[in-house]
Design a binder for this molecule. Sequence first.
Ligand code: BGC
Ligand code: ZN
Length: 385
Amino acid sequence: MKSVKILNAAGGSPKVAVAEHPEPAPPKDSEVLVRMLCVGLDGTDREIVTEKYGQPPEGEADLILGHEALGVVERCGDRAGLQPGDLVAVVVRRPCREPRCVNCRNGRSDYCQTGAFTERGIKGAHGFLTEFVKDEERYFVKLPPRARSFGVLTEPQSIVEKVWDEIQRIQQRLIWQPRTALVLGSGPLGMLAAITCRCLGLDVRVWSLSPADGPDARWLEAIGAHYREADSSAGAFADYVGTLPDKPDVIWECTGYSPLAFEAMEALAPNGVLALLGVSPGERRHELDTNRLNMELVLKNKCVVGSVNAARSHFETAVHRLLQMEQRFPGALPRMISERFTLEQVPSIDFERITLKAVVDLIPPDRWDEWIRREDEEIAYSFSV
Ligand code: BGC
Ligand code: ZN
């Protein structure tokens, strides 16, 4: 079957190619075989394609790319409860095999302690830019058919849901009624963080380098966030925060520009939470007034939390939240998907030129309904987040 592979992903300079890969054997027991409909691309894929971030499965040279999947169940093992035609997203991380890793042993490989986990399409396991994917049923999360046009956002939204889950747990330390959120960065993750905070009823500000009349800024304004084009000069961020009516109760750092993470500590309201989601490979040095930051955190009970990946439960919440977003802001989610490519086009994609979110179709969307089973969707998905 046709797949997008990073050739020689372990060494040298990565090369992207469309190549053949053996089809998975028929699913047994609790295994499920899924036909891929489309796969989203993100910054991690860009790094795998341009740098050397990806890692092939043990004993292999190449890595199949892609970790933001939307697919439809093709066949099930006789002990799997999904059915052919079910629309599904796929959990990314797989547990390590270390008996002493309590988190992997308890379904929370997103908190793996050994680092020996694998991630499909990223680290030590093939990804989803291929025609069929087989895995254990527990790694597939069912979506209602009406989520078809935005279901590919389930994986990035699961990252946002994990952060919100963590924030809520941390903030049980006090009586906390957040009113304002500040999102740094207007990439897909920043956009999803912003629309999530809108659904949570927060006043949302977004600070990002994109031009104020650009598509991301316009999308953000349309969902009721206040957008401000960032100025990269020294002190610009502090000046901007100074203009806000209140310091933000929550800050989402989604740029990966690490000095901003430290400036954000100061910008945060007392008792607030700063969540760091941005990845910053390579090295960067920056001088800081550490006494001042220390005082800010201590005297104002501020909390900084780093977060990566997500558990299955966050994928489930993500599905419900996306449905809620679509109800509240009709059309906003499908509009996030700015570019669609075919599998054959992937090797020539210029990641720098993606407008908002790019998706690769394994099957043209106008043909998806040939496979998606429609029924009982209202019954299974009637509770709200
Ligand atoms: C993925 C996560 C993953 C992280 C680090 C992100 O793009 O969404 O699932 O843990 O990259 O590899
Ligand atoms: Zn582990």
